[in-house]
Design a binder for this molecule. Structure first.
Ligand SMILES: Cc1cc2nc3c(=O)[nH]c(=O)nc-3n(C[C@H](O)[C@H](O)[C@H](O)COP(=O)(O)O)c2cc1C
Length: 466
């Protein structure tokens, strides 16, 4: 426990990111100086049932120095069992997800739903911590969906339960990503923790996009370390910036080299055969969507603004594309089986598993995943999935993914008659004008224009002739 404490101290930790935190991406972050990384969330129950995809997520990249496995469970036995498997796989610690706001998790009493019953949560963590061979940390939000803000009580109870560390994502489950993270409340938790004797490290999380914001928040709130999610997806070199305390503004060529590096890591990890390429292509466009949101934000220009409101939240002014807006261009065809076997670590295709059969697959993150903390991952097209603001903007229905009902604008769910009528209308609009330009000019009485149009049509015909 103490060793985890010293390893987290002063660090910028890579957040657990469903789909995004695949092994090649974590490897890239580690290349850029991330010393502490967390893998994608694993459902403990599935893991214990021998699910190959969940097992694959236990794997760490060779350059990950301190690697944590995040689990979702509300059962002591499951938690202990999962922790033992994580230990056997070589993880350094286990993190319990108590922040995931998506319906698929909360309706099973997982993720942020556990914040509703702090006493029960305390019992759970005490039980897991007692039986786990690894230190157990917990990641929380400020409140469960619809619940009162109770993070101070929760952190106190987690401390009493023997949690090795707590990460506070400074938003309520309800807020998803719509509001700025409340670092003031995080600071209050730090004070409480110090009053209770300290010793249990607290990590602050939310809206860190630049090294100066990260250092600033850390200093103001007094947290032991910070955790970064979207900031790392947008610029994996944020860890280097944090360590060097200065921005790295890569040239276009340098950025391309970073993207290439990620592609190479994917190729190495998934393999260079057709199956491997399919997997890589499942992840890469998703990552590129984030990576393309990078804009240089020099401190001299943006420092003041960042102090007033996080740059991640004022993104419209600093970036043409909102960081939280999910992309609709994700490949959705990958299958659950695709994702399984040879590779490990990533989520990806598994997320495309039919939700009806594997509802628990839906995770937080992404889309909203990106825009909200919907489960980005496993539901294909999960980006646009979920219930967050971004997802609604993108026209996706609740739950998202392939099986989800699409929004009103999506033709796939229109009544067939209406859809065909729409298609005919579109065809009419796209169809070339029935009368030639020459005939129209002739009808309009413009002989010169008609002659010109005839000449042009002749020239076009002869140009098109084989
Ligand atoms: C794509 C994506 C996937 C996420 N997946 C998880 C997850 O599996 N477990 C978890 O605890 N949090 C998850 N989160 C939440 C992040 O870990 C983090 O708490 C949140 O993004 C706030 O940090 P940020 O403002 O630095 O992005 C996810 C977030 C995103 C954007």
């Amino acid at each position: 426990m103490s060793s985890l404490s010293s390893r987290l101290s002063g660090q910028m930790v890579l957040a657990p990111l469903t789909r995004g935190g695949n092994l090649p991406f974590r490897r890239l972050c580690a290349e850029f100086g991330a010393e502490v990384t967390l893998g994608e969330m694993i459902f403990a129950r599935q893991l214990l049932k021998g699910d190959v995809i969940e097992r694959a997520r236990l794997r760490r990249a060779s350059n990950e120095q301190v690697f944590g496995v995040q689990i979702a469970t509300n059962d002591v036995e499951e938690g202990v069992g999962a922790a033992k498997l994580a230990a056997a796989a070589g993880a350094d610690w286990v993190d319990l997800n108590c922040g995931c706001p998506i319906h698929e998790a909360t309706r099973r009493g997982l993720g942020s739903a556990m914040l509703r019953q702090p006493v029960r949560l305390e019992r759970l963590v005490r039980g897991i911590a007692a039986g786990s061979p690894l230190p157990v940390s917990v990641k929380v939000r400020l409140a469960s969906e619809g619940g009162d803000v109770n993070v101070r009580e929760v952190v106190g109870r987690l401390r009493a339960a023997g949690a090795a560390a707590v990460t506070i994502h400074g938003r309520t489950a309800e807020a998803r990503y719509s509001k700025a993270a409340d670092w003031r409340l995080i600071a209050e938790c730090v004070e409480d923790n110090a009053e209770a004797g300290g010793g249990m490290p607290l990590l602050g999380n939310g809206d860190l996009l630049t090294q100066y914001e990260a250092h600033g928040r850390m200093a103001q709130s007094g947290v032991d370390g910070v955790m970064v999610g979207r900031g790392a997806l947008i610029k994996p070199w944020i860890f280097k910036e944090f360590r060097d305390r200065r921005a790295w503004e890569p040239s276009a060529a340098e950025r391309v080299a970073v993207y290439r590096q990620l592609a190479c890591f994917m190729k190495e990890h998934f393999g260079d055969d057709a199956k491997g390429r399919r997997k890589a292509w499942y992840f890469l466009p998703w990552h590129f969507d984030f990576l393309s949101r990078y804009r240089p934000l020099p401190e001299e220009e943006f420092g003041e603004r960042a102090a007033a409101a996080p740059l991640m939240q004022t993104r419209e002014e600093t970036c043409s594309k909102p960081f939280s807006e999910p992309s609709r261009s994700l490949p959705i065809g990958a299958s659950h089986a695709d994702e399984a076997a040879p590779r490990a670590g990533g989520h990806g295709a598994a997320r495309a598993a039919p939700r009806a059969r594997r509802p628990e697959r839906a995770r937080e993150g992404g889309g909203g995943a990106l825009g909200g903390e919907q489960r980005c991952g496993r539901g294909g097209g999960a980006h646009a999935a979920g219930r967050g603001r971004g997802a609604r903007r993108a026209g996706a229905g609740r739950g998202g993914g392939r099986g989800a009902r699409a929004g009103r604008g999506d033709r796939a769910v229109q009544h067939p008659i209406r859809r065909r009528a729409g298609e005919r209308r579109a065809q009419r609009q796209e169809a070339p004008p029935r009368a030639s330009a020459a005939r129209r000019a002739h009808r309009g009485g413009d002989r010169r224009a008609a002659r010109r149009a005839r000449g042009k049509a002749r020239a076009d015909r002869s140009a098109a002739a084989p």
